[in-house]
Design a protein around this ligand. Structure first.
Ligand SMILES: NC(=O)c1ccc[n+]([C@@H]2O[C@H](COP(=O)([O-])OP(=O)(O)OC[C@H]3O[C@@H](n4cnc5c(N)ncnc54)[C@H](OP(=O)(O)O)[C@@H]3O)[C@@H](O)[C@H]2O)c1
Length: 248
């Protein structure tokens, strides 16, 4: 470990895009704390990377559990004393169907508990460690599904898709980005949202997504990795995908 080492914590890093982000960022010399919700899979995933000679530390991190968030950050603090990059990657899909009239309040709360309250609590708890680093980045893995502009643009495919709980939760994730980007404007900490685009992972119906041209997981993780590796850290309060800006 060196004082200049870039320290990164990724939530939901045991599979999908989070795993690819952990692999690529550690290949670039960052020390990655792999936040795992499922520790059995987390152990296998971390071992896979450690067997490749990569410097990763596995931490249990359930973003709906405040004690788990605290413990994960305590591990980062004890080992490094600071955190440069928080990638809020963890997320869950909405219930089947998805029309608002068919969505129960219970389902809505369940999705918000992870995607919004979990992401918000994780970010809030990480701020003291981000402030201790020479630079800090909050990268929220959102979705164009949460873009109100795309959902109301008749020419956008998102105007034809309704997954109320998931979409509303990602709109709310974007609100986290906007709020923190305003609070830390002009400081060393930035906050940005990323849309990976339609990606074939376990979150979705893979076969159906692949049929509709979903990207492989490496491509889905690309924009998040690009921001995490950007040495300038001058992007703040943006919502982007590989193709450029995504409307809020
Ligand atoms: N796939 C797409 O097309 C797409 C498009 C736009 C945005 N996204 C977003 O991209 C992010 C990554 O998703 P993915 O597609 O890579 O799906 P994924 O493979 O299912 O990854 C999601 C990860 O989040 C974890 N997770 C779920 N609940 C958690 C909790 N309470 N605390 C901590 N971790 C938790 C999951 O753990 P378990 O598997 O153990 O439950 C899993 O490791 C998500 O935020 C998703 O909304 C995906």
């Amino acid at each position: 470990m060196s004082e200049n080492e870039v320290v990164t914590l990724i939530t939901g890093a045991e599979r999908g895009m989070g795993f690819v982000e952990a692999q690529t960022l550690s290949q670039h010399g960052q020390h990655v704390f792999m936040g795992a919700y499922d520790m059995d899979l987390g152990q296998k995933s971390a071992k896979k990377l450690q067997d490749q000679g990569l410097d990763v530390t596995l931490v249990h991190c359930d973003i709906t559990d405040r004690d788990s968030i605290k413990e994960a950050l305590k591990t980062v603090e004890d080992k490094y004393g600071y955190l440069n990059i928080l990638i809020n990657n963890a997320g869950i899909p909405g219930p089947e169907g998805g029309l608002p009239a068919e969505t129960s309040e219970e389902d809505l709360r369940k999705v918000f508990e992870t995607n919004f309250f979990g992401t918000s609590a994780m970010t809030h708890a990480a701020i003291p460690l981000l402030k201790k680093a020479p630079f800090g980045k909050i990268i929220n893995v959102s979705s164009e599904m949460g873009s109100l502009t795309s959902q109301t643009d008749p020419t956008s495919m998102f105007s034809h898709i309704t997954s109320y709980a998931y979409q509303a939760s990602k709109t709310a994730v974007n609100a986290i980005t906007v709020a923190y980007s305003k609070e830390f404007k002009g400081t060393s900490i930035t906050a940005n949202s990323v849309d990976p685009g339609m990606t074939a992972t376990d979150l979705v119906n893979k076969a159906e997504f692949e049929k509709n041209g979903a990207k492989p997981v490496e491509s889905g993780a690309h924009r998040t990795i690009e921001i995490a590796l950007d040495p300038k850290n001058d992007l703040n309060g943006t919502f982007t995908q590989d193709g450029g800006i995504v409307p809020w």
